[in-house]
Design a protein around this ligand. Structure first.
Ligand SMILES: Nc1ncnc2c1ncn2[C@@H]1O[C@H](COP(=O)(O)OP(=O)(O)OP(=O)(O)O)[C@@H](O)[C@H]1O
Ligand SMILES: [Mg+2]
Length: 241
């Protein structure tokens, strides 16, 4: 049965979808991965994976029996598949229905990763309930870290095991960190009370505004995603920034 991971954040625009696309690619080198775009109305994983012209069905079509589970999947590569998000939900969604979606794909994958919208609401609550683990994304600034702390705290209050929640710091800049202008990993852990899974550097190759087709990813960015993938797989890999 797949390990189900929801990627959440307190603040919007911190890099959840970017993280999902890239950690999906890193994990799919050795594992079968299904990404579920959970950001209804503002889906983006189809674009980030270059599959936007292929979207016909979405995961709500599977839940509400408008198409079968095979037809809804889009293939980014042999091991990396996507379920696009509905643009709106006309039928009512609840935890049982979403859990049935997860279980109908569970045996086919090693990982199911859900890209959630920002903040905590009924929808993100459903995703969290259906997940074994949560990754909270934050940027290394006080506002985002406080939002990550509040997110983690509410997840624990809602019954999630604190050991199942981990933090990824995104858009880190080692020089700014050394100058004390952004939180370092220890400060981020102190502020969020979350265990650190990894850090991803600021990289214009990841920034869609600078057109990722023009700028290749930095070597250290690729390494960051590989290291995070290995840590997810339980390997003892050091956290380099
Ligand atoms: N490490 C990074 N370096 C540079 N730019 C990044 C990085 N990560 C994400 N970005 C850019 O930040 C912006 C927001 O990223 P993204 O859409 O992944 O965030 P999000 O948390 O999914 O947003 P939302 O809350 O709206 O769903 C995008 O322009 C993306 O390309
Ligand atoms: Mg997003």
């Amino acid at each position: 049965m797949a390990r189900v991971i929801t990627v959440l954040s307190g603040k919007g625009g911190v890099g959840k979808s970017t993280f999902c696309a890239n950690i999906g690619k890193a994990l799919s080198k050795n594992k079968k991965v299904l990404l579920i775009d959970g950001d209804i109305s503002f889906r983006s994983l189809d674009i980030l994976l270059g599959l936007d012209s292929m979207v016909v069905f979405d995961w709500a079509d599977v839940i509400f029996d408008r198409c079968n589970k095979e037809k809804a999947r889009l293939f980014a590569s042999d091991n990396l598949h996507l379920l696009a998000s509905p643009v709106s939900l006309s039928d009512s969604l609840n935890t049982d229905k979403f859990r049935s979606l997860i279980s109908c794909y569970g045996e086919m994958y090693d990982f199911i990763i859900i890209d959630a919208p920002a903040g905590l609401n009924e929808l993100t609550g459903i995703y969290a309930e259906c997940s074994d683990e949560i990754i909270v994304i934050a940027t290394p600034d006080s506002v985002s870290l406080r939002a990550a702390y509040i997110t983690g705290e509410s997840l624990v209050k809602s019954g999630k095991d604190e050991n199942s929640i981990r933090l990824v710091l995104n858009k880190t800049d080692l020089r700014q960190m050394k100058k004390g202008r952004q939180a370092n990993p220890n400060e981020a852990v102190d502020k969020t009370y979350l265990r650190l899974l990894g850090a991803v550097p600021m990289d214009k190759g990841l920034n869609i505004a600078s057109d990722f087709r023009v700028y290749p990813l930095l070597k250290r960015t690729n390494q960051a995603f590989s290291r995070i993938a290995e840590r997810i797989l339980g390997k003892d890999v050091k956290l380099y920034l």
